[in-house]
Design a protein around this ligand. Structure first.
Ligand code: ATP
Length: 306
């Protein structure tokens, strides 16, 4: 059973006040792009995980746990517990999504494992786990996991896990600049809180950008480019100052939108069309501002059996 699951970029990431439970209230517009991790689940004596770099990718996988800490292993255990079976499965993960890159690679693997294990262990004729059940299990694993199941473009509220699909027309063409080493998501949120406290800023209650929704609905890449926003960007730039150069290089190379993806350090650049994306990727590759340059389109579907 092989499932592939997409990376995401946040088109809008608005971080509201810190809640009592330690999470922030968010408005998170997720957009799934055609950069996929692939997970194969094979019946085995006991739960095992292997992690490797996908063919043709340059993703470094040394930071990824190959034990029970892997989000995919936790997903397999959750499905097994719900179905009352042993989690007797070998999971092979082939990663193309940068690790700790702000593109929710771990969440993609968790979503892939939820779907693969449900297909492996649930009854095909009379399934006990519905799609909604999988979304719920996903939300227990992490805020970004339900979106990796759903895919497309969606608005996430709460801690990002309560999703409503957004209307998007056509395909948007992206160029991603990956970085050496990751950024820890909790560290970036903490830096965002620290910066706000230092400036005496109250976190505003986040709301969905109308301009963003209309750019998506009309498929207007130029309009989308100017309304991309990420409240975590300033914090990511403090923790990784070299990203300024990467963003500037993208602007100078003609990107119609540029931002840090999620908690970074991957930077996302929007192009006008596929040809422009190819040009932009070539220029950025020559600038030496990234570990690797990857092109991808969005939106694409969520976790899918292949
Ligand atoms: P997000 O954008 O959701 O904040 P991210 O893309 O920045 O996430 P991930 O690649 O999901 O970050 O990984 C963050 C950390 O999670 C890694 O450093 C790793 O220790 C741990 N992890 C657990 N399982 C996985 C997995 N299957 N793939 C990648 N990382 C994993």
């Amino acid at each position: 059973m092989t499932v592939r699951a997409p990376a995401k970029v946040n088109l809008q990431l608005s971080v509201g006040p810190l809640r009592d439970d330690g999470y922030h209230d968010l408005v998170n517009v997720f957009h799934a792009v055609s950069l996929f991790d692939e997970l194969t689940a094979v019946p085995a004596d006991e739960l095992a995980v292997t992690v490797e770099t996908a063919p043709g990718s340059r993703v470094a996988v040394d930071g990824v746990p190959a034990d029970d800490d892997n989000l995919a292993a936790r997903a397999a255990r959750l499905v097994a517990a719900r179905l009352g079976v042993e989690p007797a499965v070998a999971l092979r993960i082939r990663k193309a999504i940068p690790v700790a890159g702000g593109m929710a690679g771990g969440s993609a693997d968790a979503a892939a494992a939820l779907l693969a294990c449900a297909r492996l262990w649930d009854s095909p004729d009379d399934p006990r786990l519905s799609r909604d059940d999988l979304l719920e299990l996903g939300a227990d694993l992490g805020s970004d996991v339900p979106f990796a199941l759903l895919g497309g473009t969606a608005i996430g509220v709460g801690r990002g896990e309560r999703l409503t699909p957004a209307l998007a027309r056509g395909t948007f063409h992206w160029v991603f600049a990956t970085a050496d080493g990751g950024l820890s998501t909790p560290a970036v949120y903490a830096e965002c809180d620290r910066l706000r406290a230092e400036r005496g800023e109250e976190a505003p209650r986040p709301r969905v950008s109308e301009e963003l929704m209309s750019a998506l609905a009309t498929g207007d890449a130029k309009a989308l480019g100017v309304v991309l926003s990420n409240d975590l960007q300033a914090a990511a730039l403090v923790l990784r100052p070299s990203l300024r150069r990467t963003l500037t290089a993208g602007h100078e190379a003609g990107a119609i939108g540029a931002l840090v993806s999620g908690s970074g350090p991957t930077c996302a650049f929007l192009a006008e069309n596929a040809e422009h994306a190819a040009e932009l990727a070539a220029v950025l590759a020559g600038e030496g501002v990234a570990k690797s340059i990857v092109r991808a389109g969005g939106p694409v579907p969520g976790a899918t059996v292949i």
